[in-house]
Design a protein around this ligand. Structure first.
Ligand SMILES: [Ca+2]
Ligand SMILES: [Ca+2]
Length: 549
């Protein structure tokens, strides 16, 4: 780190062009490739765009519930047993197949286990039957294969599963959700199973508001418990409803620190909130080191299209050792180099993650445990290339959220360790990387936003993958672009440079890397992805994330 607190992570002129959606409140952390200029950088280009929807980022690495996977390490510090944490996220269901759906359907001496007498059928729900326990390991212990587990069910994510039919088949701190089970070397089959609701490091303090806060149609104030440390706030509405986040007020300060209406007018926000309007919102407060945590609480101003209930959970913790665990899903990425795509143990991926670790160590953080999971069967093929819808706005093509990205991120269901989920795919049009939020729904696996995806077949030998990863990791831990393409939307941080529309020398309404080189294009979080510097405040925001242990 040099004397002014900036960290040279890397400088490589990644060219990019960006598209802007009509409403500029919310950024998507998507990294794109377009208009390649610096071929040296192998990555065609990086960018993110402001749009109504969230998303952003990526990374990669090793272990699985497969034939050749080593036993995964257990993390003793996972914070499982939080009392009174309401269900977060919305999960579908899987049809029950076989003679039982849960242990209660069987005689006391038997369990509801995977029916291994049938030929595994990729993508079909796993068939269950009542029988003696198969293996020795109980639910949520690590496994390599079904035979390890009492239920005969070992998740794609390497834990033994207890099948369920309904919520009350599971412990109070768990939810009954669809989970992918690896039933052979080339089949994945879903089953309903009990999984922990939130998986965060042990020293994260979690508070939940009284259950079922009522929202009326229209504008509402939602009280959020105070915290002495930077906090991640989860807001969950009814699953078939939406919530619109308008304002965030610090009760300690007695003022709004975020106001979407003001942001839309080009005014700076002290604590930007990014939400796509879906039923689950995640926000960080403070995400600006110039603001202190609010001990007396916050008030979130939300608009609801209808009467509904919301749950609020707050996770907070003093910055710890800064260790980031990684859960890497191989989903066909790397097929340009290795037939069928990379698999766990791939050295190029290991090198990319090692490079990421080195970059993080420069700023006081590091990569911790790395788990790798091999996605097999039809999903590996289908989810390796994501189609991206687009539309023209004037002369610009605007791309939306990749189709089936939800399914990709939901593969993380059943993970029982904290960390960042990274999905290595082949291609998603102009996106190189995309992540589930700014910040992400940290500690919440199996949702449509639970991770980051990386189109590694656009990245050659992954020589620059670590820089893309770091940019996207920045988003996932709560960093916004220092300057968006238009120059009218800036991050909340005082020590990141600003490049305003006054620098748009060619008047194309887009701030290029060249136009902003002396005004922040060298920052890691500049919108084109052209830079590599992190400021003290950016580092502080990342380090305060509850995802780190
Ligand atoms: Ca700034
Ligand atoms: Ca320009």
């Amino acid at each position: 780190m040099d004397s002014d607190g900036q960290v040279a992570v890397r400088t490589c002129a990644l060219a990019a062009s960006l598209s802007v959606r009509a409403l500029g409140q919310i950024t998507s952390g998507a990294t794109r490739r377009q208009g390649v200029r610096a071929r040296v950088c192998l990555l065609r280009a990086l960018v993110a765009q402001w749009c109504l929807l969230t998303l952003c980022a990526l990374l990669a690495l090793s272990t699985a519930c497969g034939d050749e996977a080593a036993a995964s390490n257990s993390i003793e510090s996972a914070n499982y047993f939080v009392q009174n944490v309401p269900p977060l996220g919305c999960f579908g269901s899987v049809a029950s197949v076989g003679s039982c759906a849960r242990r209660a359907d069987c005689d006391p001496s038997e369990r509801c286990v995977f029916d291994s007498s049938l030929v595994p059928d990729d993508r079909m729900p796993a068939s269950l039957r009542c029988a003696a326990p198969v293996g020795a390991r109980v639910a949520l212990q690590n496994c390599e294969r079904g035979a390890d587990c009492q239920s005969g069910l070992c998740a794609l994510t390497g834990v033994c599963l207890e099948p369920c039919l309904r919520q009350d088949d599971c412990a109070e701190t768990q939810s009954c959700r669809p989970v992918e089970v690896r039933t052979s070397v080339d089949t994945l089959q879903p089953v309903m199973a009990c999984t922990h609701r939130l998986v965060l490091p042990a020293d994260v303090e979690i508070k939940a508001s009284p259950r079922g806060h009522e929202l009326r149609r229209g504008n509402n104030d939602v009280p959020i418990p105070g915290a002495a440390q930077p906090a991640l706030v989860y807001l969950q509405g009814d699953c078939d409803r939406s919530v619109d986040v308008l304002t965030l007020r610090s009760l300690d300060l007695g003022r709004n620190v975020y106001d979407r209406g003001q942001l839309a007018l080009g005014k700076r926000s002290e604590n930007t909130v990014l939400h796509d309007g879906s039923s689950l919102a995640a926000l960080m407060f403070p995400n600006n080191p110039d603001l202190a945590p609010s001990l007396t609480g916050l008030t979130l101003g939300v608009r609801s299209p209808t009467a509904q209930h919301v749950e609020v959970v707050v996770a907070a913790r003093a910055p710890g050792a800064g260790i980031l665990d990684l859960n890497v899903f191989y989903v066909g990425g790397g097929a340009e180099i290795v037939e069928g795509g990379f698999q766990p143990g791939e050295r190029r991926v290991a090198r990319m993650l090692d490079n990421l670790d080195q970059r993080l160590r420069v700023v006081g953080m590091s990569v911790g445990q790395i788990r790798e999971f091999d996605v097999v069967g039809a999903l590996r093929e289908e989810l390796s290339v994501l189609e991206v819808p687009s539309r023209m706005v004037g002369e610009r093509r605007i791309e939306g959220r990749p189709k089936r990205l939800d399914e990709l991120f939901k593969l993380s269901s059943g993970l029982d360790t904290p960390g960042l989920n990274i999905f290595l795919i082949r291609d998603m049009s102009s996106y190189v990387g995309i992540a589930g939020g700014i910040p992400g729904v940290l500690g919440l696996h199996g949702t449509e936003r639970s991770g980051v995806a990386l189109a590694i077949d656009q990245m050659g030998e992954l020589d620059d993958g670590d820089l893309v990863l770091l940019h996207e990791l920045g988003h996932f831990l709560g960093l916004f672009h220092t300057t968006e393409s238009s120059g009218t939307v800036l991050d909340p941080l005082a020590d990141t440079a600003e490049c305003t529309s006054a620098e748009d020398k060619d008047e194309d309404r887009e701030l290029s890397t060249d136009e902003c080189w002396d005004e922040g294009a060298d920052n890691l979080m500049f919108w084109t992805g052209s830079g590599a510097l992190l400021t003290k405040e950016q580092i502080a925001v990342m380090a305060s994330s509850v995802l780190l242990r």
